[in-house]
Design a protein around this ligand. Structure first.
Ligand SMILES: Cc1cc2nc3c(=O)[nH]c(=O)nc-3n(C[C@H](O)[C@H](O)[C@H](O)COP(=O)(O)OP(=O)(O)OC[C@H]3O[C@@H](n4cnc5c(N)ncnc54)[C@H](O)[C@@H]3O)c2cc1C
Length: 283
């Protein structure tokens, strides 16, 4: 199906992008385009209004790349999933991004899809939201009038992940003492999108869970924390039985929302596996 006619803009600098974004009517941003082009076709098929202008962020060099300093990892929003996967900077708590990116979809999608698109597309099942909440990442936005805004990932997704700004980059503080486990289950064997995913991060102090963060993506609501499970785990010893005991302390609404028995079961399996993996790391 052909798209409705539109004007395609390909600015090369962030300044130029903001100028266009602030001045053009009925405009949409394009990152990797893996969702956007489909959604434009869907709008057309449904007889809905489609954007007159699309601004591609693909040539904006300021929005690409990953860098690290002793305190922080910075990922620009137009960095692809493949580029993140291949980055040599994924050490300490950032290493989990390697696992996450390796499991996202297929090579062609990973080569095009960007971290910015994954975080701002408002599909509840993409995986970066739970990961960024779990890693306590901050999302940085640039408004049409040039104002900058920094928002914890958790706040962004609590607010429904709505924005009319450009996500420019994501920052994550370095935490060499964090232990992290990531689990995901495929939805079907045909199209590799997740049924569920979760990240658990903790800092073991005296062999006890401390500052634990459990972020869950049930794929029907935006990613969120299970604070009930976090409260249960904090200050508990990293014992052989804790993973099983933890299953009696889950925030049910997260797991039960439109959850089939299989999905509920797989959540329990994944939480148990993640905790057992962390306990091994505590020794
Ligand atoms: C077949 C298929 C399988 C997939 N499987 C997985 C999977 O297993 N796991 C997973 O996590 N994801 C998966 N995805 C999603 C994929 O990883 C991308 O996140 C997603 O396709 C969007 O990224 P994109 O860069 O292509 O964004 P686009 O399609 O270009 O944009 C998506 C939306 O985000 C907005 N946007 C993009 N960048 C910005 C920005 N910087 N600032 C503000 N708004 C912005 C656009 O305006 C648009 O509304 C899959 C996608 C497909 C098509």
């Amino acid at each position: 199906m052909l798209l409705n006619p539109l004007k395609f803009h390909a600015p090369q600098t962030l300044e130029e992008t903001i100028k266009l974004y602030g001045s053009l009517p009925n405009v949409k941003l394009q990152a990797g385009g893996t969702f956007l082009l489909n959604s434009l076709k869907l709008l057309k098929r449904n007889g809905a209004k489609t954007p007159e202008n699309v601004i591609s962020l693909n040539r904006v060099k300021d929005l690409k790349g990953i860098k690290a300093d002793p305190q922080m990892l910075t990922i620009q929003s137009m960095t692809t999933i493949t580029e993140i996967f291949e980055s040599p900077l994924l050490t300490d708590n950032f290493a989990v991004l390697h696992t996450v990116c390796r499991n996202i979809s297929t090579t062609p999608i990973r080569n095009m899809a960007t971290v910015g698109g994954n975080l701002t597309c408002r599909y509840t099942w993409t995986e970066m939201p739970a990961v960024m909440i779990g890693l306590e990442a901050t999302l940085h936005f640039l408004g049409k009038d040039g104002t900058k805004e920094a928002l914890p990932a958790e706040e962004f997704f609590k607010g429904g992940a709505k924005t009319d700004k450009i996500l420019t980059h994501v920052t994550i503080k370095k935490d060499p003492t964090a232990a992290i486990a990531y689990q995901r289950v495929k939805k079907t064997i045909h199209v590799d999108i997740p049924l569920l995913s979760l990240l658990i991060k903790t800092n073991f102090k005296n062999n006890r869970f401390t500052n634990t963060r459990v972020s869950i993506n049930n794929c029907v609501a935006f990613a969120q924390r299970d604070k009930q499970l976090e409260d249960f785990l904090n200050d508990k010893p990293a014992s052989a039985t804790i993973a099983q005991e933890a299953l009696d302390h889950l925030e049910k609404t997260i797991y039960d929302t439109r959850g089939t028995d299989y999905k509920k079961h797989m959540f329990r399996v994944c939480i148990k596996n993640a905790l057992n993996e962390l306990i091994k790391k505590s020794r």
